[in-house]
Ligand binder design. Structure first.
Ligand SMILES: NC(=O)C1=CN([C@@H]2O[C@H](COP(=O)(O)OP(=O)(O)OC[C@H]3O[C@@H](n4cnc5c(N)ncnc54)[C@H](O)[C@@H]3O)[C@@H](O)[C@H]2O)C=CC1
Ligand SMILES: O=C([O-])CC(=O)C(=O)O
Length: 308
């Protein structure tokens, strides 16, 4: 199993590290445009192999896509991150051009690749990747919901005073401060709805904190987060590589599912060896449906900027 990660910055390197530590891939290629940067990160990570006990071979490449040839999965993290006070949508001007050229180069060298898009604004970059590559829709996956759901579980556990392993929950919708739809109604602690343990007001606070999870970290760090994003991507890569058939909310091209079409937005999907094996349509309440529809309108507005 060969995995390429484009962008050896904060998220790309974290992603490569978690993939290696989980020890399921034979090879990870890190690629960046900064001269020597990916090679340096790869060497540094390889020097953790004996310490962390993994056999994955990590190599680096400065803009040489021939080194990525034959990749089974490629992750696109290249692009600029936001600074405090910015929205993800403001990154479109620079990141669209980067994602466009990176996606084309990846497919040129690995025609059977499954692409995981991370660069922001992620839902729009995932849609752009469809437009640029024309790959079948099962082979383009946007990563946002897996991260947002991890943050939701963190906030739920905090509110419940419970260990995170006790809670379950999912965030669908757009990967944006306003567009996320944390499904509080369906969140549970050991199968029991969390609403049985905490007040509606506290649950509303959990929802608000989850939606601004990325912005909160950006304010604290001066740039956006990387550990949880890297771990979330590694979870998707592992589910595909190991044919796990796990369900994650991912940004995928919809064609009528949830009453939506011609956009990529976060909904639950089954991930396995062929990428997106199934889009799962769960029963949403009227309020959840209208939040998802509103979120889709926001994503479509950002998509429209691609043509501007
Ligand atoms: N979807 C999600 O949940 C998340 C998305 N992100 C997004 O991921 C992206 C990367 O974030 P960071 O790693 O923190 O940024 P970073 O600045 O640390 O790393 C980005 C890397 O991309 C490289 N790069 C730029 N243009 C390139 C090109 N044409 N080809 C190859 N490499 C290129 C840069 O040299 C840099 O090393 C940002 O757009 C950020 O908003 C970040 C966290 C979560
Ligand atoms: O907040 C950002 O800009 C980066 C990101 O998407 C996240 O951490 O959720």
């Amino acid at each position: 199993m060969k995995v390429t990660v484009v962008g050896a910055g904060a998220v790309g390197a974290s992603c490569a590290e978690y993939i290696a530590i989980k020890n399921f891939a034979s090879e990870v290629v890190l690629l960046d445009i900064k001269e020597g940067y990916a090679e340096g990160k790869a060497m540094d990570l390889m020097q953790t192999a004996s310490l962390n006990g993994f056999d994955t071979k990590i190599t680096g490449s400065t803009s040489d896509y021939s080194k990525t040839a034959g990749s089974d999965i490629a992750v696109i993290t290249s692009g600029i991150p936001r600074k405090p006070g910015m929205t993800r949508e403001e990154l479109i001007g620079i990141n669209a051009g980067i994602v466009k050229s990176v996606a084309s180069s990846l497919v040129e060298h690995s025609p059977n690749v499954i692409l995981i898009v991370v660069s922001n604004p992620m839902d729009t970059m995932t849609y752009l990747t469809h437009k640029v590559t024309g790959l079948p829709k099962n082979r383009i996956i946007g990563m946002g919901g897996a991260l947002d759901s991890a943050r939701f579980k963190y906030r739920l556990a905090e509110a419940l005073g419970a260990p995170i392993s006790d809670v379950d929950g999912m965030v669908i919708g757009g990967h944006s401060d306003k567009g996320m739809v944390p499904l509080t109604r369906l969140a549970t602690r050991n199968s029991v709805p969390v609403s049985e343990y905490i007040s509606a007001e506290r649950l509303q606070q959990v929802l608000e904190d989850t939606k601004v999870g990325g912005a909160t970290l950006t304010k604290l760090l001066g740039t956006s987060a990387w550990y949880a994003p890297g771990a979330a991507v590694s979870g998707l890569v592992q589910a595909i590589a190991c044919d796990q058939k796990k369900i994650f909310p991912c940004s995928v091209l919809l064609d009528g599912e949830y009453g939506l079409s011609d956009l990529c937005i976060g909904v639950p999907v089954v991930l396995g060896r062929t990428g997106i094996e199934k889009i799962v349509e769960i029963n949403l309440s009227d309020a959840e449906k209208s939040h998802l529809t509103e979120s889709a309108e926001g994503v479509k507005k950002t998509n429209a900027l691609l043509d501007a």
